[in-house]
Ligand binder design. Structure first.
Ligand SMILES: [Zn+2]
Length: 346
């Protein structure tokens, strides 16, 4: 058995770029962008800081092609885009922060409640843009976003519901309490055990916490800051009141992340600071299909709306005062300039 496993493991040959917290690995033949290894490594430090974990565990992340999933040491990953085994994360995407979170938190609890495990991974990964409001609209009003039916599931958890409720718990009651909940939780716990755990950690009944979560549609003023990782991107200064990103989104640029021919394309981020509230027009022009994603860095993450605009389109949104992340993503590495503009509406 061991010999077979060893032999299968040998097949997974990976290039490695060693980092302080994360070793970035990829299959030969795949072409990661120049910024990937640093981006993932710095994410571990950022995530540990947000979650008030003393220091991040040393983990690895590997980008591997789809055909590697489900075979050899990745046989348990079959049918998924990404997976984590102990402190090793694997994905068919060149960057998959969700899986990195699983690997990072393995040292905190090897078998936590799956709802919390998926909740915190979703809360830290930009790839889920949903808010509680959007989740309700998408269900045609049939689902109010109540996390309780998901709490004791061991599989097929609604990631958006778990992520949004996790954001609420962290921003409302703090990361320390959430991590205590995470540390003490157990896979396969029944509902009464989960209720007991919440009462023990928060000193509030689970039902009371959930009712407040479902009913409070306004962001409390005393919320705990829990920004997206992309909010650490460099600040872009406005010119004549407008912001303009005009540059190639080329995989070989140091701040580009993603991969050649990957589903995620090539992305780069900046942050902007809006000092005058009001309508803003967001436009993206590029040689390839792309999208721009604009989201607030402050506020309540489970409530805040985000703006997504595709190449050739224009979108107008009301932006309150505050800091925002702007991520431009193109689905082919482009050496030609792309142009993203954010202009106050007259
Ligand atoms: Zn997961």
């Amino acid at each position: 058995m061991c010999a077979v496993l060893l032999c299968l493991a040998c097949k997974l040959e990976l290039e490695t770029i060693s980092g302080t917290s994360v070793d970035y690995r990829y299959s030969p033949g795949l072409v990661p962008c120049a910024g990937n290894a640093t981006y993932v490594d710095q994410f571990a430090v950022f995530a540990a800081g947000l979650l008030a974990v003393d220091r991040p565990a040393h983990v690895s992340f590997a980008w591997v092609p789809a055909e590697e999933f489900g075979v050899g040491r990745l046989r348990s990953c079959e049918g998924s885009l990404g997976c984590a085994s102990k402190n090793e994360a694997y994905s068919q995407w060149p960057i998959h922060l969700h899986e990195v979170v699983h690997a990072l938190l393995y040292s905190v609890n090897e078998a936590p409640l799956p709802f919390l495990e998926e909740g915190v991974a979703t809360a830290l990964d930009m790839s889920v843009y949903l808010t509680l409001d959007v989740l309700r609209v998408n269900s045609g009003g049939k689902d109010d976003g109540d996390p309780r039916p998901e709490l004791t599931k061991e599989a097929h958890i609604d990631y958006a519901k778990a992520g949004l409720f996790t954001l609420y718990l962290i921003q409302r009651y703090g990361p320390e309490k959430f991590m205590t909940l995470y540390r003490r939780s157990k896979r396969a716990a029944d509902l009464s055990a989960v209720r007991g755990l919440f009462l023990n950690v928060y000193d509030i009944e689970l039902d009371e916490i959930v009712e407040a979560y479902l009913q409070d549609n306004d962001c409390p003023a005393d919320i705990i800051h829990f920004p997206w990782y992309e909010c650490t991107a460099p600040r872009l200064s406005p010119q004549d009141g407008a912001w303009l990103v005009e540059r190639p989104v080329d995989c070989s640029e140091d701040d580009a992340r993603g991969g050649i021919d990957s589903d995620l394309g090539v992305a780069t981020s900046v942050t902007i600071e809006v000092t005058e509230p009001g309508g803003h027009t967001i436009e993206i022009v590029g040689p390839d299909i792309g999208m721009v994603h604009l989201a607030p860095c402050g506020g309540c993450r489970w409530l805040d709306r985000q703006v997504v605009v595709f190449t050739g389109d224009t979108e107008t949104a009301f932006l309150p005062v505050g800091e925002y992340l702007v991520t431009a993503r193109f689905f082919e590495a482009s050496e030609a300039d792309v142009r993203v503009s954010i202009t106050p509406s007259p």
